[in-house]
Ligand binder design. Structure first.
Ligand SMILES: Cc1cc2nc3c(=O)[nH]c(=O)nc-3n(C[C@H](O)[C@H](O)[C@H](O)COP(=O)(O)OP(=O)(O)OC[C@H]3O[C@@H](n4cnc5c(N)ncnc54)[C@H](O)[C@@H]3O)c2cc1C
Length: 461
């Protein structure tokens, strides 16, 4: 028998074993059925898989993991496939272990009742972020993480990427909401720590470790989340700003608590306007528009104290108006994606350097004559800007490298919230020391000695 025949037989026996575990209808192999799982939201990243498997329980996930481990087949966990760094879809060219089995967690979507005493709930990894938010709200609570992909992103994916979003200034990143985890490790063993103890100093914090691990250490099957009481009524404003320095000054002068502080540049405003049919909302045009949401009884009093008479601003007090102003920000990713393949750089810098770094980024990008559109939007309060570039081909990463190097030069991060994925694995050294990368690799090797979990993500190989 030839090697090719052996490979086909091995592949068929793995697929047969997976079908025994989850049922034939939950093992997808035909190109039409796997298509939505192998190309990411941005359409920039795509690659082949051996199969997509859709387990319905932690036990099935563990059995799938053991079957793949026994056959030496790589595993790629996937939630809502809204990640923007290529970590949730296969590599274009499979590595030495061949194409992965994609394990879709979407069927693990149960959400427990809210525990009123602790203000916590347990959610299956496949539950949508939006469903967790609505579930918490129905019980009089609020989940602290929110982002525009809320009705597609899974809670497991948000934990695997330590997602940030629009409320980080008020509630922190996903890791700050996490009080317990259940996960299947590469050897098929299940770690389950879902009691939700706020105080528990019994060794390494596996929940915190798996949070942000981007599917490289194991498969998250359920999470215990802390909730918050809703903050009370808020007002929202869009405020015209001539520069980042001035935008930061406005934000930092707020005396009411800030629920969100976002920024959109003129390019992003115009694109959202044309995609969503929204008019320019201010009296004049500005290089930047700041969106602030203040907790101020919903009467705009927070902005009365903040804005002087010359300010070019629009303030929304009722829910419909607030949603209308938020639309300029919520439609940003979609607006840039309407241009075709867009290079998305999700970076952060210390607030004190943001204005200087943003200026330098503009000159860096000016050096690339093939860039047709350069726009920026993001989470101002977190020093986190999303740099969007159209023009260069999907696999031409010269401008990406230049932008990430510039950000690193300001002591910033090459990934503020989306993760490293495949897109930035080669640049990890820009913001992590050799000793840190060695420690991370040692953790990976201890938990995943055969290197089966999401190879090529986070580390180059
Ligand atoms: C319109 C839009 C707006 C966005 N806004 C934000 C934002 O404001 N802030 C932000 O942080 N992100 C944002 N994102 C990015 C994305 O929504 C987040 O990264 C989200 O956390 C991904 O969740 P997912 O379920 O889609 O994960 P996927 O894309 O399916 O996977 C992402 C990564 O997590 C791993 N993974 C997924 N599920 C599991 C699991 N159960 N166990 C182990 N590993 C797993 C995957 O292998 C992959 O590496 C946005 C995306 C879009 C499209």
């Amino acid at each position: 028998m030839t090697d090719a025949t052996n490979d086909t037989n091995d592949r068929q026996s793995v697929i047969a074993r997976l079908a025994e575990i989850v049922g034939t209808e939950h093992v997808l192999t035909s190109p039409e059925l796997v298509a939505p799982y192998v190309t990411d939201w941005s359409r920039r990243f795509t690659g082949p898989c051996m199969a997509v498997v859709r387990p319905a329980s932690t036990k099935e996930v563990a059995d799938v993991m053991s079957a793949c481990a026994q056959a030496g087949v790589p595993i790629l966990p996937q939630g809502g496939n809204t990640g923007l760094v290529g970590g949730g879809v296969p590599a274009t060219r499979p590595g030495p272990l061949g194409p992965p089995v994609i394990v879709s967690l979407r069927r693990l979507a149960d959400i427990s009742p809210v525990d009123e005493l602790s203000g916590q709930l347990t959610a299956g990894a496949g539950a949508l972020l939006g469903d967790v938010q609505r579930h918490a709200a129905a019980a009089g609570w609020m989940y602290g993480v929110d982002l525009a992909a809320r009705d597609s992103a899974s809670i497991g994916g948000t934990v695997a990427t330590n997602a940030g979003g629009i409320h980080v200034i008020a509630h922190g990143m996903t890791r700050a909401q996490l009080v317990g985890i259940e996960a299947v490790l590469p050897d098929g063993s299940v770690v389950s720590h879902l009691e939700g103890l706020l105080k528990d100093n019994t060794g390494y914090d596996l929940a915190a470790l798996l949070c942000g691990s981007e599917g490289t250490l194991g498969i998250i099957t359920a999470v215990r989340l802390r909730l918050h009481r809703p903050p009370g009524r808020t007002s929202v404003a869009l405020i015209g700003s001539p520069s980042y320095a001035s935008a930061l000054e406005v934000m930092s002068s707020a005396t009411s608590p800030i629920l969100a502080a976002e920024v959109i540049d003129e390019t992003g405003m115009d694109l959202a306007g044309s995609v969503a049919g929204l008019p320019w909302p201010l009296a004049e045009r500005w290089p930047l528009v700041v969106l602030l949401e203040l907790i101020d009884d919903g009467d705009g009093s927070g902005f009365e104290a903040l804005l002087d008479d010359d300010a070019d601003a629009v303030v929304a007090l009722d829910a419909a108006e607030r949603a209308r102003l938020w639309e300029y920000r919520e439609r940003q990713s979609e607006a840039f994606s309407s241009l075709g393949i867009v290079h998305k750089m999700d970076v952060s810098v210390p607030l004190a350097s943001l204005a200087r770094c943003a200026d330098e980024l503009r000159s860096v990008v000016d050096g690339f004559s093939d860039v047709t559109v350069f726009g920026v939007f993001g989470h101002l309060a977190d020093g986190n800007i999303h740099v969007e570039i159209a023009g260069p081909a999907a696999d031409d990463t010269r401008v990406d490298h230049a932008i990430l190097a510039c950000v690193a030069g300001y002591g910033g991060s090459i990934s503020a919230e989306h993760g490293v994925g495949r897109a930035k694995a080669g640049e990890l050294h820009l913001c992590r020391a050799t000793s840190e990368i060695a420690a991370m690799r040692a953790i990976k090797a201890a938990l995943d000695p055969a290197g089966l979990m999401n190879p090529g993500v986070l580390f180059e190989s």
